[in-house]
Write a protein that binds this ligand. Structure first.
Ligand code: 6GU
Length: 224
C-alpha cells in the first residue's frame, strides 16, 4: 500500500512512522508513506496557500490552486483508490472503514488547516471525508496519523500472530476481554482460576462471556 499525505505541517507526522510497528511495516516495504509539503505548490510571488474567505468571517481558507496542482501531479503518476480529506465534518472513523481502506492500493490523505479548504477542492478531487471523532483538532495531521495507523496495522505481514488484529476490540463488535500475566497472585489480587485451568474450551467461553459483559457495560451501542 502507498499513502501520499499532503499537509502544510508534514514534520508533525514523521515520528509515528519512525518507531515500532509502523516503522517495521515501512522497512519491510508493506507500506510506503510519502509526505508532501503543500507550500511546494504555493502560488504567486508571495508563495500563497491560503486566503481570506469570500463573504467575510474569521480565519483563512486553503486555496484551491495549490491543492489542485499537488493532487493532479500525484494523479498523473498513478491511480488512487481514494482521496481522503481529514476534516471534523467527515464520516467518523470506525474499524469497518479502516478494514475497507486496508484493502486499497493507493491513497491520498489531505490534511485541512485553518478554517478548512475551498469547497471546490472537495467537488473536484475528494472521494471520502473522514473525522476521528467529535472534537476539534488544530489540523488534520494528527487525524491522518491515526487513520494511517489504523489501516497499516491491518496489512498482511505487519502484525505477528501474538499481535493479531483479529482479536482486537471492535473487530467483531465486541470489546476485548480482560487479560492477565504473571504473577497469578499479586498481593492477594488473583487471576481468574479458569485462565490457569488449561481447559481451552472453558477459557474461550469465559473470554467470550467477559467480552459481552464488558461491551454491555461500557459500549452497549456497538453490540449488534
Ligand atoms: Cl480529521 N481534523 C480536525 N481538524 N479536527 C478533527 C478531526 C480532523 N477529526 C476530529 N477532529
Amino acid at each position: 500500500m502507498r499513502i501520499d499525505v499532503i499537509s502544510v505541517l508534514p514534520e508533525l507526522m514523521e515520528s509515528p512512522f519512525q518507531a515500532s510497528i509502523l516503522k517495521r511495516a515501512v522497512e519491510k516495504g508493506l507500506a510506503e508513506v510519502h509526505f508532501h509539503q503543500l507550500r511546494n505548490w504555493s502560488i504567486g510571488k508571495h508563495r500563497q496557500i491560503d486566503d481570506e474567505p469570500y463573504g467575510g468571517g474569521a480565519g483563512m481558507v486553503m486555496m484551491i490552486e495549490p491543492i489542485d496542482k499537488c493532487i493532479s501531479e500525484l494523479k498523473a503518476q498513478r491511480e488512487y483508490d481514494e482521496i481522503i480529506y481529514l476534516t471534523p465534518d467527515g464520516e467518523t472513523l470506525t474499524q469497518k472503514i479502516a478494514n475497507t481502506l486496508s484493502l486499497k492500493k493507493n491513497l491520498i490523505f489531505l490534511c485541512g488547516h485553518y478554517k478548512g479548504i475551498d469547497q471546490r477542492v472537495r467537488e473536484l478531487h475528494i472521494t471520502k471525508e473522514i473525522s476521528i471523532g467529535d472534537y476539534v483538532l488544530t489540523g488534520g495531521e494528527l487525524a491522518a496519523c491515526v487513520l494511517a495507523d489504523s489501516i497499516i496495522r491491518l496489512l498482511p505481514g505487519v502484525l505477528n500472530d501474538e499481535q493479531s488484529a483479529l482479536t482486537d476490540s471492535f473487530q467483531d463488535n465486541l470489546l476485548a476481554p480482560p487479560i492477565y500475566t504473571r504473577p497469578s497472585d499479586y498481593k492477594g489480587l488473583k487471576v481468574p482460576d479458569v485462565l490457569l485451568s488449561g481447559n481451552l474450551k472453558n477459557i474461550e467461553d469465559w473470554q467470550y462471556d467477559e467480552a459481552v459483559r464488558i461491551t454491555l457495560e461500557k459500549r452497549p451501542d456497538i453490540l449488534n
